[in-house]
Design a protein around this ligand. Structure first.
Ligand code: NAG
Ligand code: NAG
Ligand code: NAG
Ligand code: NAG
Ligand code: NAG
Length: 383
């Protein structure tokens, strides 16, 4: 081994390595430092590289310092300091450091300064922030962290908005959203104003006429905040409400009242009451119930002697408020009547004079009315 001498070349070494550095975007500059040694020192060369490309701008004397002015995200990444001895076979020494450019949080989505919401409605308060590193959001209501309020109606959605469900008067106040990261914080807020509204009708019930045994429907659509409670009454009797349920009477989701099946005694005036803390309204409609039309004196099978007159009876019982019409059929065909002719209908009954074998058949009496139809059939034989 040769004794070392002051003139013998010495391989390059890095004495002070650059350090991982964080800088806030927009700061005036960021500095990376690299101190190397080798002999002969005049042949020592220190260069800086970023992504394999030599950086020349901002490099100070002897490559000791790399200064990046106005750092932004585009400057972030790994930097390598390389020390080599010119005209030697020594290995290059290198050290690397990471430049992180931090960005304080900024909002990409903010709520309006003031939000008016009706009682019982849901509302979403938007708050989205960006920054490097990604900021964390924290919500406050009237300066109290939401986490300690423990309100199940306050929910953070996947889109990082705050959802307030079924808003109540006590939800009024200032909602603040803080976005924080190591580079700083940002705040945004909204004033939530909860409004209420007296009930009003969007659709009132209308007078309805139905036939006994069918169903009746009264509409009653209301609006208001909080959502008005609907109660249906007939006179002073409560028929349907949130708590009252009586067979045949159903309070519909829409506020309507369904009666099924309807009986004659249901006729009368029905009132829909809608109320909330702000007030009450009501509307009344009349239900008319017709008794169902039916054949009470049906035709009877009969045999007559050819040439005589046959009478097929047909009497109906019906509501005096409806009009009825009788139609006679022989087999599938309607019987043709000729005024003052051989075949006529009197008070529903079918009269056939001077019967002959061609009159033989099944005769059907049909009574038609707004309150229902009915049919009855009888057979006529001519001898
Ligand atoms: C480096 O080597 C080259 C030839 O290999 C020579 O011409 C040059 O003078 C040398 N430089 C130094 C600084 O020794
Ligand atoms: C420097 O940062 C890089 C990339 O984040 C990491 O891998 C490395 O461990 C850091 N070095 C030190 C000394 O913290
Ligand atoms: C939050 O509210 C729920 C239900 O109201 C209750 O069970 C729970 O103990 C509360 N937690 C806190 C931390 O107050
Ligand atoms: C229903 O109301 C009408 C008019 O509003 C009234 O004339 C009628 O007497 C009322 N009927 C009953 C059964 O109260
Ligand atoms: C009664 O008969 C008429 C005429 O055929 C028909 O238009 C009507 O729909 C019927 N009504 C019922 C309730 O079946």
């Amino acid at each position: 081994m040769k004794p070392s001498s002051l003139t013998d070349p010495v391989a390059p070494v890095i004495v002070i390595s650059p350090k991982n550095t964080s800088v806030i975007a927009g700061a005036s500059e960021a500095t990376l430092e690299c101190v190397a040694n080798a002999r002969p020192v005049d042949r020592l060369q220190v260069v800086w590289k970023r992504a394999g490309v030599r950086v020349t701008q901002g490099v100070g004397a002897f490559g000791r310092r790399l200064t990046i002015s106005n750092p932004s995200q585009t400057h972030a990444g790994p930097y390598v300091c390389e020390a080599s001895l010119r005209n030697s076979t020594f290995k290059t020494a290198e050290a690397r450091a990471f430049l992180t450019v931090l960005e304080p949080p900024y909002f990409t989505s903010e709520p309006k300064q003031k939000m008016m919401v009706e009682v019982d409605k849901s509302v979403e308060i938007r708050c989205q922030a960006r920054g490097t590193p990604a900021p964390k959001l924290e919500w406050f209501k009237d300066a109290v962290p939401l986490a300690t309020l423990n309100n199940t109606r306050y929910k953070l959605t996947a889109s990082l908005s705050l959802q307030v469900r079924r808003v109540q008067p006590e939800d009024s106040g200032i909602f603040q959203c803080f976005a924080r990261n190591t580079a700083g914080e940002a705040e945004t807020h909204t004033h939530l104003v909860v409004t209420s509204l007296a009930p009003y009708f969007t659709t009132t019930p209308s007078d309805t006429t139905v036939t006994d045994g069918t169903s009746a429907l009264f509409t009653c659509e209301t609006s208001g905040a909080p959502k008005p409670a609907v109660v249906w009454k007939k006179g002073s009797q409560v028929l349907a409400s949130g708590s009252v349920r009586i067979p045949r009477f159903t309070l519909l989701e829409t506020g309507g009242l369904q009666i099924e099946p309807v009986v004659l005694g249901d006729a009368g005036n029905y009132t829909c009451y809608a109320a909330n803390a702000e007030g009450a309204v009501d509307a009344t409609a009349t239900l008319t119930v017709w008794s169902r039309t039916f054949i009470s004196r049906p035709p009877e099978d009969q045999r007559v002697i050819k040439g005589t007159t046959a009478v097929l009876d047909c009497g109906a019982t019906y509501d005096p408020r409806v009009t009825v019409r009788f139609v006679w059929k022989k087999g599938p065909r309607q019987v043709t009547l000729t005024p003052g002719g051989r075949i006529s209908v009197r008070e529903g009954a079918l009269h056939l004079s001077q019967t002959w074998s061609g009159d033989i058949g099944d005769y059907t009496c049909k009574v038609i009315s707004q309150a229902g139809n009915d049919t009855k059939t009888a057979r006529l034989e001519v001898m």
